[in-house]
Ligand binder design. Structure first.
Ligand code: CTP
Length: 214
């Protein structure tokens, strides 16, 4: 199969040197790419800025902003069988990016505008045979909120987790795989590596259930 994976945070520049971002490390996305490659899949990794060594033998596309990530995902998705959207995409970007370094010393207001939701855009292009995994990072009502996101973004599976360990090495915390048929698997005991392995195995399992003659 050809599997498209996104990883890491995005950066939304305010001026030449300052940006809005988040502490995502990209670890899960890079591990998923590595395991998918080991299992002989074709892998395309679209990566935000990460301090990780890219896996060898895969196609890797580096991006910074949400808009750049959206453009690359939309370009690559049509030729892929599955998408795993682990990236922590910034929901907003500054309305204006200043090309120079700002020298403002007084109080000022930064206007933020919403970024496009990449998964929502993809849901409009998605063919029946393509498998899409999304993630939900929640502070409360993890399962309810994740189920809502899964519907809104037309996902096959959503991996729901808490903000508790976001950007940190994984400690035991609630994490669930929720499927579009309503079933739920508790993955709370998984390490990041086990979760990455599980994601690739689930893509393979779901693909076996697809009627390719349809
Ligand atoms: N995502 C996306 N495009 C965005 C924001 C998020 O494609 N602009 C994707 C993420 O990669 C993830 C899923 O949507 O797979 C859910 O991301 P999350 O941050 O949990 O939720 P949001 O949809 O941004 O909603 P909220 O921030 O309100 O919880």
């Amino acid at each position: 199969m050809k599997i498209l994976i996104t990883a890491g945070p995005t950066r939304e520049y305010i001026d030449a040197v300052r940006f809005i971002s988040n502490p995502a490390t990209g670890t899960l996305g890079y591990l998923t790419a590595e395991i998918a490659k080991e299992k002989k899949h074709d892998v395309v990794l679209v990566s935000g800025p990460c301090y990780l060594k890219p896996p060898k033998g895969i196609k890797i596309i580096f991006v910074e902003s949400a808009i750049q990530m959206k453009n690359m995902v939309e370009r690559e998705f049509p030729s892929c069988d599955a998408l795993v959207m682990t990236a922590a995409v910034s929901d907003w970007r500054p309305e204006r990016k200043f090309g120079r370094k700002l020298k403002i010393k007084r109080k000022w207001k930064l206007n933020l505008i919403p970024n496009p939701d990449i998964l929502k855009c993809i849901s409009r292009m998605k063919k029946e045979k393509q498998i899409v995994f999304g993630f939900a990072l929640e502070s409360e009502n993890i399962i309810e909120n994740a189920k809502r996101k899964m519907k809104e973004k037309n996902l096959d599976v959503i991996i729901a987790n808490t903000v508790k360990n976001f950007g940190k090495p994984r400690k035991k915390s609630d994490i669930f795989a929720i499927y579009s048929d309503g079933s739920i698997k508790n993955c709370s005991s998984f390490t990041k590596n086990e979760l990455a392995f599980f994601i690739v195995s689930e893509i393979e399992r779901l693909a076996r259930g697809i009627n390719w003659n349809k």
